[in-house]
Design a protein around this ligand. Structure first.
Ligand SMILES: C[C@@](CO)(OP(=O)(O)O)[C@H](O)COP(=O)(O)OP(=O)(O)OC[C@H]1O[C@@H](n2ccc(N)nc2=O)[C@H](O)[C@@H]1O
Ligand SMILES: Nc1ncnc2c1ncn2[C@@H]1O[C@H](COP(=O)(O)OP(=O)(O)O)[C@@H](O)[C@H]1O
Length: 304
């Protein structure tokens, strides 16, 4: 028996970052948006947990127990008191360390795949709790669509959305570390004199104009409302990202922002044809390693 699960990458159409909490996390107003660019995780009977990975970035994916797919398999087995026996394979299309939650996606996919392979029938609410133990972005990869993440991003509220939006993702050479980008955000706030703790920074909230744009299926209004508090820190660590953003805008994107903690840049296009043209221009611009046209929203991790 082989179980195959498809799982989406995400872009954060709003990423409001609050102050640094005592536990080392930041409270967020994190509007996640799932896109069709995604990974496929297969699970087959095996002995212990083994893992293989293919795809353009496969060489930078850890294949040991630190891989989120392997951690997910062990966590699910431990929750049910069963022995984790599974051969996992990741067909990886999501850029690694790119701010598109690829590792989180594989963790969510492995939860769903192992649950089916082992016939556990775990309630969705329990899968969400296990996902939150694995990482702040993992619950959203189960839910998909568009959702507001509060707390560290794990407390999810699905949001109404109409129609399909067309995106282009420009993949950079090399990744950025998520904790390093959050630290740079704190450092820039200290430098600006505003303070960086949760006593100094107001708790962020979702922007009503952004929520209306999503509900109306209006790409021009969504483009105008895109914001990411981690964009300035990501550019501070990787100044070349400003060139990539400019190249996409010059190629006709109606909106541009860094995806999550970066360094992938996300561009909103008015339609599928414009997205294909923007991807081609970005590849020719020499400001990124590759550019992919895609669309969303799409569902979360599902057996295919
Ligand atoms: C920034 C975001 C936006 O969706 O995504 P990426 O850009 O990484 O894809 C997420 O908040 C990333 O979530 P995820 O990658 O799951 O992070 P976790 O494993 O939970 O945490 C890794 C580290 O990031 C920092 N962190 C993460 C989440 C959060 N709300 N506040 C934080 O300060 C902490 O330093 C934490 O130790
Ligand atoms: N299945 C996985 N795929 C990719 N990276 C993984 C995976 N499991 C663990 N990692 C580790 O997580 C780090 C962050 O990767 P990723 O989730 O792709 O990026 P981001 O947090 O920027 O969205 C990687 O550098 C890698 O060391």
């Amino acid at each position: 028996m082989t179980v195959t699960v498809r799982v989406p990458a995400k872009v954060n159409v709003q990423l409001g970052v609050g102050g640094l909490r005592a536990d080392g996390f930041h409270d967020l107003a994190n509007v996640f948006f799932a896109v069709a660019l995604g990974d496929e995780v297969t699970a087959e009977p095996g002995e212990g947990v083994t893992l293989t990975c293919t795809g353009p970035d496969a060489a930078s994916v850890p294949l040991d127990d630190s891989n989120l797919a392997a951690r997910a398999a062990r966590l699910l087995a431990a929750h049910h008191g069963v022995t984790p026996n599974v051969r996992l394979h990741i067909a990886k299309a999501i850029p690694v360390a790119g701010g598109m939650a690829g590792g989180s996606a594989d963790g969510a996919a492995a939860l769903v795949a192992c649950d089916a392979l082992w016939g556990l029938d775990t309630p969705f609410e329990t899968l969400l709790e296990l996902a939150a133990e694995l990482g702040s972005d993992v619950p959203f990869a189960l839910v998909g669509g568009v959702a507001l993440g509060r707390g560290r991003g794990e407390i999810l509220e699905p949001l109404p959305v109409a129609g399909t939006f067309h995106w282009v993702f420009a993949v950079a050479d090399g990744g950025l570390s998520t904790p390093a980008v959050f630290r740079e955000c704190d450092r820039l706030r200290e430098e600006a004199g505003t303070g960086s703790s949760d006593a100094d920074v107001p708790t962020p909230d979702a922007d009503p104009a952004l929520l209306a744009a999503l509900a109306d299926g209006d790409p021009v209004a969504l483009a105008a409302a895109l914001t990411n508090d981690l964009q300035a820190p990501a550019i501070s660590l990787r100044p070349a990202l400003a060139e990539t953003l400019r190249a996409g805008t010059e190629a006709g994107a109606i909106g541009a922002l860094v995806s999550g903690s970066g360094p992938t840049c996300a561009f909103l296009a008015k339609d599928a044809e414009a997205a294909a043209a923007i991807a081609k221009s970005l590849e020719e611009s020499g400001t990124c390693r590759a550019a992919h046209a895609t669309y969303g929203p799409v569902p979360g991790a599902r057996v295919s």
